[in-house]
Design a protein around this ligand. Structure first.
Ligand code: NAD
Ligand code: UDP
Length: 344
C-alpha cells in the first residue's frame, strides 16, 4: 500500500481528499498543527472509511519538528501539501504571518521530502493567481498576475519556487492544482467545511446564516458587469476536487508526467453569480435566505471560471456534481453538525 503524507489533512479539502485516498487503497499520514481544524476530523474520516489515518500534530513552520516528523515516514511515496492559512482579509491585516506560515511550511516540506528522496509533490494552488483575467474561460496558459492579497501571493510565489526547483531537479515531479471555488461536503453529511470563527467564504456564510448562527449574509456588490451585477465564480464540489488529487497522484505513480511541474485548473467550467447561489440555496433548502446587498469587497474580480480541458485530457478528470448538489450537501452537513455536534 503506497503511503502518502497529507499536510493539512485535518482541514476541509485535506480531509475529503484523505477519504478518497483511503478509498483508493492509499495509506494516509496526516501532518497538521490543528490551527484551523480539529483532531475530531480523524474520527470522522474513520467513521466514513473504517480507517483512522496516522496523525502527527506538527507545525510545519518549525524546521526541526518537520525534519523529525518526515524522518519517521521516509518510505512515503508522495506528499500532498494542503497546509496553509487561507483567509484573504486576515492576510491583508497580517501579511507577515501569512508569508511566514505558508512559505516556511511549503519550503520545510519540500526540503525535508527532497532530502529523504520523496520525489513526488502535489500542491494546493488557487485561481487567485490569475488575478483579473481579460479572457474567459481561463486556461492554464494565461499569464498569472500578482494576486491582490498576501494570501494569494503566497500561492503565486510557491508556484514560482516549484518551477525553479523542478527545473534544477528534473527527477522531482510536481503537480500544482489551481482550485476555483470549492464548496459542498461529503455525501454522508459526516464531514464538511468547519471554519473557525466568522466565515470569509460565501458558502459557509450562507449555511451558517440559514442555521441561525449569523444574522444576515452581506452580498458584496451588485454593480459588476455581470448578468445580475454580482460576481461570477466557478463553484466546485469538494469531493470532485478530492478525486482530482487521486488522479494527479496516479499520474505521478505511473510516471506519466510530461514536464517536471504540471499545472491544472480544477473547476467545472460553469460560472454562477452570488445571486444564483442564493437562489439555488433557497430552492434546495426550502427556506428564504436573509441577505442584503452592500458595497464591493476589495480585491474581488467580476468573473472567474475555468477552462477544464487540460485536466480532462491529462488527468482523465472532470467535475461531475452540479450546483444544487453542492449546495444541498453543504446544507445537510451544516444542519447535521449543528444538531448533533458531539456525535459527528
Ligand atoms: P483549511 O484551513 O480547512 O485546511 C488547512 C489545514 O492546514 C488546517 O487543518 C490547518 O490546521 C493546517 N495548517 C495550517 N498551517 C499549518 C502549519 N503551519 N503546520 C501544519 N498544519 C497547518 O483550508 P482548506 O480550505 O482545506 O484549504 C486547503 C488548501 O487549499 C490550502 O492550501 C488553501 O490555501 C488551498 N485553497 C483553498 C481554497 C478554498 O476556498 N477552501 C481555494 C483555493 C486554494
Ligand atoms: N461573497 C459575498 N458575501 C460574503 C462572502 C462572499 O457576497 O460574505 C461573494 C464574494 O464577493 C465573491 C463570491 O461571494 O463574489 C465568492 O467569494 P468567496 O470568498 O467564497 O471566494 P473567492 O472567489 O473570493 O475566493
Amino acid at each position: 500500500m503506497k503511503k502518502i503524507i497529507v499536510t493539512g489533512g485535518c482541514g476541509y479539502i485535506g480531509s475529503h481528499t484523505a477519504i478518497e485516498l483511503i478509498e483508493n487503497d492509499f495509506e494516509v499520514v496526516i501532518f497538521d498543527d490543528l490551527s484551523n481544524s480539529s483532531e475530531k476530523t480523524l474520527e470522522r474520516i474513520e467513521k466514513i472509511t473504517g480507517v483512522r489515518p496516522i496523525f502527527e500534530k506538527i507545525d510545519l513552520k518549525d524546521e526541526r519538528a518537520t525534519e523529525f516528523a518526515f524522518d519517521r515516514y521516509k518510505d512515503a511515496f508522495a506528499v500532498i501539501h494542503f497546509a496553509a492559512l487561507k483567509a484573504v482579509g486576515d492576510s491583508i491585516e497580517k501579511p507577515l504571518e501569512y508569508y511566514q506560515n505558508n512559505l516556511y511550511s511549503f519550503l520545510n516540506t519540500l526540503m525535508c521530502q527532497h532530502k529523504l528522496g520523496i520525489h513526488k509533490f502535489i500542491f494546493s494552488s488557487s485561481a487567485t493567481v490569475y488575478g483579473n483575467p481579460d479572457v474567459l474561460p481561463i486556461t492554464e496558459e494565461n499569464k498569472t498576475q500578482r494576486p491582490f492579497s498576501p494570501y494569494g501571493n503566497t500561492k503565486k510565489i510557491a508556484e514560482e519556487i516549484l518551477d525553479d526547483f523542478t527545473k534544477s531537479n528534473p527527477n522531482f515531479a510536481a503537480i500544482s492544482l489551481r482550485y476555483f471555488n470549492p464548496i459542498g461536503a461529503h455525501e454522508s453529511g459526516n464531514i464538511g467545511e468547519l471554519p473557525n470563527g466568522t466565515p470569509n467564504n460565501l458558502m459557509p456564510y450562507i449555511t451558517q446564516t440559514a442555521a441561525g448562527v449569523r444574522k444576515k449574509l452581506m452580498v458584496f456588490g451588485n454593480d459588476y458587469p455581470t448578468k445580475d451585477g454580482t460576481p461570477i465564480r466557478d463553484y466546485i464540489h469538494v469531493v470532485d476536487l478530492a478525486k482530482a488529487h487521486v488522479k494527479a497522484l496516479e499520474r505521478l505513480l505511473n510516471q506519466d508526467q510530461e514536464q517536471p511541474l504540471e499545472i491544472y485548473n480544477l473547476g467545472t467550467g460553469n460560472g454562477f453569480s452570488v445571486l444564483d447561489v442564493i437562489q439555488s440555496f433557497d430552492r434546495v433548502s426550502n427556506t428564504k435566505l436573509n441577505y442584503e446587498i452592500t458595497g464591493r469587497r476589495d480585491g474581488d474580480v467580476p468573473k472567474l471560471y475555468a477552462a477544464t480541458n487540460l485536466a480532462l485530457e491529462k488527468l482523465g478528470w472532470k467535475a461531475e456534481k452540479g450546483l444544487d448538489e453542492m449546495i444541498d450537501s453543504s446544507w445537510r452537513w451544516e444542519q447535521k453538525y449543528r444538531n448533533n455536534k458531539n456525535d459527528i
